[in-house]
Design a binder for this molecule. Structure first.
Ligand code: PBG
Length: 345
């Protein structure tokens, strides 16, 4: 968009481009496609059970068998990848998150089951300790804060286990310094050169993660076990824009394949900045609280749910994201697939 023609009314009338669906279709700059969307899923122990998440109408914690079905449905709707998050049993949580290093953990079994049944869908797993720690932090607490280097060493081992279970993409969401390089080196050393690293490069300390923390059972834990009461010593300050470029530059140097920005809807400026600065695909994460806000307003009759979801995802793509993670991904993808047969509205 470097040259803006000096049109003048009435010779130029911009409404000429909008006066019919076919005209709008012809000049549309961004078309949201199922292939742009990633479906996150919460998995839980058990069989044939979907446990609803209070603040997220339409989203449940799924037992592995139901997660396999949900992955099939996502694939059938044209979704290329899913992202798995385990809701780990309380008994298995401890101060160091040791269950994260169990090769037969819930998430590892879920990855194996999904890749076994739906091999053509990409599986993304989170690299972080918060589902596994008794204090709910993403790493190991020492001296009142999360210890960076000790945590990175564990995360690198966790990433190798997830790749060995069949994860196509590992996504460090912990915000420790230096973890992308450590994860990349560990993957390569273990023979997982083809496993992608999706860096949560720009992850803000955000109120919008609330429903997620309820879903994985980490919210009420923060502040316990000598750890800080929030994640602001490692997640970024929402007031900072330049720092996002620095964060991303480290991850690019360290070998990230994809850069994530979250929460996406409140960071469109950051997605745009990163898109201009780096020739890497950017993934926007419409996080749990963003989904919850739209779902709640729609339930109150404020607007049509799917229309609002589609709009919110389209603008994340317009800002520069190549893909968007959304709890509404499959739901929205189905409406987009139906659209393909008609001129887009
Ligand atoms: C944890 C993690 C979080 C999310 C993804 N990975 C929460 C947090 O940092 O506390 C949030 C996702 C969402 O809210 O949908 N490592």
């Amino acid at each position: 968009m470097s040259f803006i023609p000096r049109g003048r009314f009435p010779t130029t009338r911009l409404r000429r481009l909008r006066s019919a669906p076919w005209r709008r279709a012809l000049v549309r700059e961004i078309v949201l496609q199922p292939a742009d969307l990633i479906q996150p899923m919460f998995v839980v122990e058990g069989t044939q059970t979907a446990a609803p998440i209070a603040a997220m109408p339409g989203v449940s914690r799924l037992t592995i068998d139901l997660a396999v079905s949900a992955a099939q449905e996502a694939r059938d709707a044209g979704i290329p990848a899913i992202a798995l998050f385990p809701a780990v049993e309380t008994l298995l949580k401890d101060a160091t998150g040791s269950e994260a290093l169990n090769p037969d953990s819930l998430v590892c079994r879920a990855v194996r089951a999904i890749k076994g049944a739906v091999p053509d869908i990409g599986v993304i797993t989170d690299v972080a300790l918060d589902p596994y720690t008794s204090h709910g932090h993403d790493g190991i607490v020492d001296g009142g804060d999360v210890a960076n280097d000790a945590t990175v060493a564990v995360l690198a081992r966790q990433a190798v286990l997830l790749a060995a279970a069949g994860s196509d993409v590992v996504a460090p969401s912990d915000m420790m310094d230096g973890r992308i390089g450590a994860v990349r080196r560990a993957l390569d050393a273990a023979g997982h050169a083809d496993t992608m690293v999706l860096s949560y490069a720009v992850k803000y300390a955000s109120a919008f993660y609330g429903p997620f923390r309820d879903a994985v059972g980490s919210r009420g834990r923060l502040g316990a076990g000598g750890g800080p009461a929030d994640k602001r010593t490692y997640q970024m300050d929402i007031a900072n824009r330049d720092e996002a470029l620095r964060e991303a530059s480290f991850d690019v140097e360290e070998g990230a394949d994809l850069l994530m920005v979250k929460p996406a809807g409140t960071s469109l400026d950051i997605i745009s900045d990163l898109k201009r600065a780096y020739a890497l695909p950017i993934v926007g994460y419409q996080v749990s609280g963003e989904y919850a806000a739209i779902a709640a307003a729609a339930a109150l009759g404020a607007f049509d749910r799917v229309t609002a979801m589609r709009e919110s995802l389209t603008v994340i793509k317009r800002a520069g994201a190549s893909a968007v993670i959304s709890y509404a991904a499959t739901e929205v993808a189905r409406t987009l697939t139906a659209d393909v047969v008609a001129v887009r509205q």
